[in-house]
Design a protein around this ligand. Structure first.
Ligand code: NAD
Length: 290
């Protein structure tokens, strides 16, 4: 039976590291700050933003919240972003997605100063990741990389299959795995017999959004499986969260697997705090080692 990859414990380690480094910065008169911008009343987004703010405060990062109504114009959102870009006391800016349909998400994300883009979605950071320049990388894939390195150590030469090609998870995940010297395949909704290629992988990262899509027949014995999916399903009149991987079926086949919940989820916020710390350090001219 596979080893369980404990995302809560891994996230706690990252948060403890961040808290210690934040304390060092504060002793030098630098207080890292994260601004979170939320537009509209999507209930899940409100929960995410609340958790991000709570976590920031726990590690000593100052947080600023901007909650704007669902009818806010794109111009008004851009004005808030411009103000945060200009404010030297703000190190990280996160615009919670999705934005209401009348606002062009790309336009807003591109307006964020790339140095403060702690989600890593600005094209400057996307390009930097693809070119192998050190940049702020998207939090969920960065969290998956931490879990993989904790589990496997060096990833060189491994065959990694990423299922899903979204801009926020699948594509940056593939870029990070490539940068770690994996051979990378990306599967998506148009892939033919995806279970065939997936079944050859040493590492599987599932980011699809389809409950229990990936069964035992997709997994090579001994593979490491990272399940990014978060899907709410109704079962026997009760609602519960499941991943994209059929956990019970894959458990006897894989060598290690993340549970849902308690796997990738907690790592995402931890990496957001890590990115905010990095951004603050860079904005104050401190290198990673100092
Ligand atoms: P998305 O809808 O943007 O992308 C889904 C991808 O899956 C697409 O690229 C599509 O081509 C691919 N796909 C769809 N059906 C497929 C199939 N049958 N076979 C293979 N590929 C298929 O989703 P996303 O934003 O990347 O999120 C994916 C999942 O991860 C969702 O469940 C989401 O809730 C979850 N998620 C979790 C976190 C976290 O913190 N743990 C963060 C982001 C997303």
């Amino acid at each position: 039976s596979a080893q369980l990859i404990d995302g809560k414990a891994a996230a706690a380690r990252v948060l403890a590291e961040v808290a210690a480094e934040v304390a060092v910065l504060k002793a030098r008169g630098i207080e890292p700050a994260l601004a979170v911008v939320l537009v509209g009343d999507d209930p899940a987004s409100h929960v995410y933003v609340r958790n991000k703010v709570l976590r920031a405060n726990e590690v000593g990062i100052r947080s600023l919240e901007y909650r704007l109504g669902a009818n806010t114009s794109a111009e008004a959102v851009l004005e808030v972003v411009a103000g945060l870009n200009a404010d030297a006391s703000v190190n990280g800016i996160l615009v919670q997605l999705p934005l209401p349909a009348h606002i062009d998400e790309t336009r807003v994300l591109q307006a964020i100063d790339p140095a403060k883009d702690v989600d890593g979605f600005h094209s400057e950071n996307v390009g930097g990741l693809s070119q192998g320049r050190p940049v702020l990388t998207p939090c969920t894939p960065a969290g998956c990389m931490r879990l993989l390195r904790d589990t496997l150590g060096d990833l060189s030469g491994k065959h990694a299959v990423v299922v899903g090609r979204s801009n926020i998870v699948g594509k940056p995940m593939a870029a990070l795995l490539l940068a770690a010297n994996c051979s990378v395949s990306v599967l998506h909704s148009r892939s033919v017999k995806p279970e065939k290629l997936c079944g050859q992988a040493d590492i599987v990262v599932a980011a699809v959004g389809r409950p229990l899509l990936i069964g035992a027949d997709w997994i090579k014995p001994g593979a490491v499986v990272i399940d990014v999916g978060i899907n709410r399903i109704e079962e026997n009149g009760r609602s519960r969260l499941v991943g994209d991987v059929d956990f019970d079926a894959v458990l006897p086949v894989a060598s290690a697997i993340t549970p849902v919940p308690g796997g990738v989820g907690p790592m995402t916020i931890a990496m957001l705090m890590h990115n905010t710390l990095l951004a603050a350090r860079q904005q104050h001219g401190l290198t990673a080692q100092e």
